[in-house]
Design a protein around this ligand. Structure first.
Ligand SMILES: [Zn+2]
Length: 109
């Protein structure tokens, strides 16, 4: 019994079952050797901060709720502060945050 809400402005065509499947896949990815190698580098994908592997979380670049998938291309290691910021900020604010975070190569002015 499926009921789609097609008149919503954000018609990502997501259903609860899709969300659950992607979350489950994310958990599986997190258990994989591929992921363990990624976090072993101990670096946040967004701000580049050195972070102990145990404190890196798995983050979806495109959130599942917006149609993102749990694929290797869409998940990155993320430190706690970036993870919190990403959850709380609007997409535009998040982009602003990333501009200010990130590897600091322009500090030598
Ligand atoms: Zn970070």
């Amino acid at each position: 019994m499926k009921r789609r809400k097609s008149l919503k402005p954000f018609a990502y065509d997501l259903e609860e079952s899709d969300l659950k499947r992607e979350r489950r896949k994310a958990r599986e990815l997190r258990e994989s050797q591929w992921w363990k190698r990624r976090v072993a580098r101990g670096r946040c994908h967004y701000c580049g901060a050195s972070t102990p592997p145990g404190e890196l979380t798995i983050d979806h670049i495109v959130p599942i709720a917006r149609g993102g998938k749990s694929t290797r291309g869409n998940v990155v290691p993320c430190c706690k502060s970036c993870n919190n910021a990403k959850k709380q900020l609007l997409p535009m604010e998040w982009e602003e945050y990333l501009k200010n975070a990130g590897p600091r190569t322009n500090d030598l002015k």
